[in-house]
Design a protein around this ligand. Structure first.
Ligand code: PLP
Length: 485
């Protein structure tokens, strides 16, 4: 390229632009998008090659003005944006992003704080400290619970299970942080047969393979059966790690945590609760009973980017045993030095990352903008909307609702028209229609359509429009042979 690096070193850095016009232009792009998001088809099926054609094939040699980079990026990807920030994206149990949280996310980027160490950002550290206190109180967890700000519930599961592994092995006089896993005494891992796939993924990373996991039987809604757990605990030859959940990803059902925690306590087992979205039931008197006993677990995983409507990536891990938590994640061997609650919070201590984004700011903004009442209202509204959707869906000829509506999940089967799998065909039809977005899942060996209502901005009108769209799609499916659809 013949760049004179010596000369370049004395010039303004390439790509450097005055920030105000750049961010003003970005503000325009972002608000134009958000103002229109409600009117976009929610998720247009699009081929990767169509989108890739919008991007330079090879990295261009020359720098480009920052504002142009941002404008061209927004234009190039537009056809591939899914309106998950809007009110009718009902996939993956994720909601949009609360206005205060979006705004705080922008500041997080502008401030560019390194939240791994107190001295790199006292601001990030104290906000995480305060948010951790709020959340421990909100969920009613033991006061000494330690909190890590991770990327999502998958990572939260990983951290919590690593803490469990450390503690359980420690009880067998084995320090896994020191001696590793080779030659370690075995653990008994008992997990809900209807656990989330990320629990298996986390265990795999921790050196615990699929064949080492005992599936604990569940009921027709996917709730762990306490009698089955008790039997498995009685048979376990080693200290047990029990993985339960609050909020089955298909049905929304929560495991009976009171009985489960009692059984775990009696057996000296470590109880981990994957509560990616279901843990938020705790915040409202109307649904609190679903997670009764939650506080008796040893560790918990939840998401902020799901029901709390914080931008990605934002998850939370809670561990009642701070020593085990730090032993699992702290980069330094002196992991338990300086973790007292009036000390400077070292954000890297509680997560697998070292340098990292200051995730506390957006969680703070979401919690502060909603308040306790707003959080409870958000959860209750979405649950009521899920019940409304289910009622409307039951009235559609050829549609069956498969689950009890415990929280915000509605599971549907479609039996209309021809084709190998009418439910999958209907899901494709719904996605093409674009009024709302729902994805496929499998429930008890058969295809199902999963509708998750998790947004702060979803209204009864959105649900009615979605139900009408479903009815339209099903009717059309009945009228048109599968091959020509
Ligand atoms: C979504 C989900 C996860 C994974 O969470 P991520 O935020 O995607 O990492 C784990 N468990 C349950 C029950 C979930 O719903």
């Amino acid at each position: 390229m013949g760049v004179d690096l010596q000369a370049a070193a004395t010039e303004t850095p390439t790509g450097h632009a005055p920030m105000r016009p750049l961010l003003s232009a970005t503000l325009e792009l972002a608000t134009e998008y958000l103002d229109e998001v409600d009117r976009r088809p929610v998720g247009r099926p699009v081929e990767p090659c169509e989108l890739l054609a919008q991007l330079p094939a090879a990295l261009p040699d020359e720098p480009l003005d920052a504002e142009q980079v941002v404008r061209e990026l927004a234009e190039a990807v537009d056809g591939g944006l899914v309106a998950s920030a809007g009110p009718r994206f009902f996939g993956y149990v994720v909601g949009g992003a609360l206005p205060a949280a979006v705004a705080a996310d922008w500041l997080t980027a502008a401030w560019d704080q390194q939240a791994g160490a107190y001295n790199a950002s006292p601001a990030a550290a104290v906000v995480e400290h305060r948010v951790a206190e709020w959340l421990v109180d909100l969920f009613g967890l033991p006061a000494e619970t330690t909190v890590g700000f991770v990327t999502g519930a998958a990572q939260a599961n990983l951290v919590a299970l690593a803490a469990a592994r450390w503690r359980l092995l420690r009880r067998l006089e084995w320090d896994v942080a020191e001696e590793g896993l080779c030659g370690a005494p075995p653990l008994a891992v008992l997990a809900s047969a209807d656990r989330h796939v990320t629990v298996d993924g986390a265990l795999r990373l921790l050196g615990i393979g699929r064949a080492q996991i005992t599936d604990v039987e569940t009921d027709d809604q996917g709730r762990m059966r306490p009698d089955a757990l008790k039997a498995a605990l009685a048979e376990a030859a080693a200290p047990a790690l029990v993985c339960a959940q609050a909020g089955n990803v298909n049905t929304g059902a929560c495991d009976p945590l009171e009985q489960i925690s009692e059984a775990c306590r009696a057996a000296g087992a470590w109880l981990h609760v994957d509560g990616a979205f279901g843990m938020w039931a705790r915040t409202t008197p109307a649904h609190d009973h679903l997670v009764a006993g939650l506080q008796w677990a040893s560790s918990w995983a939840t998401d902020a980017h799901k029901w709390l409507n914080v931008p990605y990536d934002s998850g939370l891990v809670f561990v009642a045993d701070g020593e085990a938590h730090a032993a699992a994640t702290a980069a330094t061997a002196a992991y338990y030095a300086g973790t007292g609650d009036d000390d400077e919070r070292q954000g890297s201590l509680w997560v697998p990352e070292f340098s990292r984004r200051a995730r506390g700011f957006t969680v703070y903004a979401a919690l502060r903008s909603l308040g306790r009442r707003g959080i409870a209202e958000l959860v209750e509204r979405d649950c009521a909307l899920a019940r409304r959707f289910a009622e409307r869906a039951r009235d559609i000829d050829g549609v069956e609702v498969l689950n009890e509506i415990a929280l915000n999940q509605v599971l549907l089967r479609v039996d209309a028209g021809d084709g190998d799998d009418p439910t999958l065909r209907a899901i494709e039809g719904v996605q093409r229609d674009g009024t709302f977005w729902a994805g496929p899942t499998s429930w008890r060996g058969r295809s199902a359509m999963r509708v998750s209502i998790s947004g702060w901005n979803t209204t009864a009108d959105d649900v009615d429009r979605a139900a009408s769209a479903l009815e339209r799609v099903v009717e059309q499916q009945r009228a048109v042979p599968a091959t020509s659809s």
